[in-house]
Design a protein around this ligand. Sequence first.
Ligand code: OVM
Length: 402
Amino acid sequence: MAVALSPTPVSSIDPFSTEFLADPLPFHERLRELGPVVSLDAYGVYAVARYAEVHRCLTDWQALQSGAGVGLSNFTTEKPWRPPSLLLEADPPRHDAPRAVLSQLLSQRRLRRLEEEWKADAAQLVDELLGRGTEFDAVTDLAEVLPLRVFPDAVGIGPTGREHLLPYGDFAFNAFGPQNELVTVPAATIGPTVEWINTQCLRENLTDDGFGAQIWAAADRGEITPQQAPLIVRSMLTAGVDTTVTGIAAVVHAIAANPDQWERLRADRSLLPRAFEEAVRLESPVQTFFRTTTVETVVSGTPIPPGEKVLMFLGAANRDPRRWADPDRFDLSRDPSGHVAFGMGLHQCVGQHIARLEATAVLGALLDRVSAIELSGTPARHLNNTLRGWEHMPVRVTPTAG
Ligand code: OVM
């Protein structure tokens, strides 16, 4: 007897509503439990929230393209808010030359010369904070400060106007969602910020020793075209600030909320890289991305027609109990590798070594200087259609004696 295909479960959950963004975890569980593929009737899209299906969609770049945009908007029918990214919103073969340039530039080996400098910057920052007292805001005094001190200089942009960086990233990540108030309100005033970002990407506005200049040098060598160079610099300025702020905040939150794990880290500093990885698994700073089917695609038995948007819940996959034991626990005993917080496959975050360098510099500076860190108030979330971060995170630290 033929087995009847069960119909794709339909859900009215709106993953971009205030209620969802303020507390996504219960919604993630409902979405995972509904089935391997769910249809979201609020937007007419398919969605995957389990690890296996998210992994599958991330790695099948031929059936699930990025070139039609990785937000809700379908670039084949709607005009994007800015010229599409040559990395994020492109597929092979056009994706590959820009990707090769950036992955060489941002490789672990090439970043080694920044490590000592950034560690010293993080140490200086934590010393400044401790000089002012034992309570500070881990978001506005720490997680936002370190990236803005080290990253724009490393790219080689000018000293003025850097206050545009965070609002630009915040807007870009909101723009992957629907045209809700998180988009329409800032859209009215974002013009000068977009203008400033685009201006920084020009060769004459970049120092001659930063990542920006090296992207232009790749154009001189013929690895990319001169038309592509400013857009690749733009990718660094779009994806490189708010994300690392959120990642640093995530690891500080994890250790402040789990004193037993902080003690383990104090006893064994070799766990420091794992602490960051486990924190990004748990928090998934980038919560979602879409793909668009190029052909009819069967995902775990569910046929998805061509031209459909598929929403991948990275944050839900990173807490899927089918993949992770005790998934909601921040646990330095676990091996968090395989998490999809940086994506997976062809588009996996090209800047992830920068993120690790910044976050482990901050964490190392704290380990060197404080014996305890705890939340001294309730952290306040910053809502964004794509990023899950904080506005404020009050913490109290105990400086190490001597
Ligand atoms: C980009 C980019 C890449 C990753 C994330 C992102 C706004 C942007 O290439 O511009 O988020």
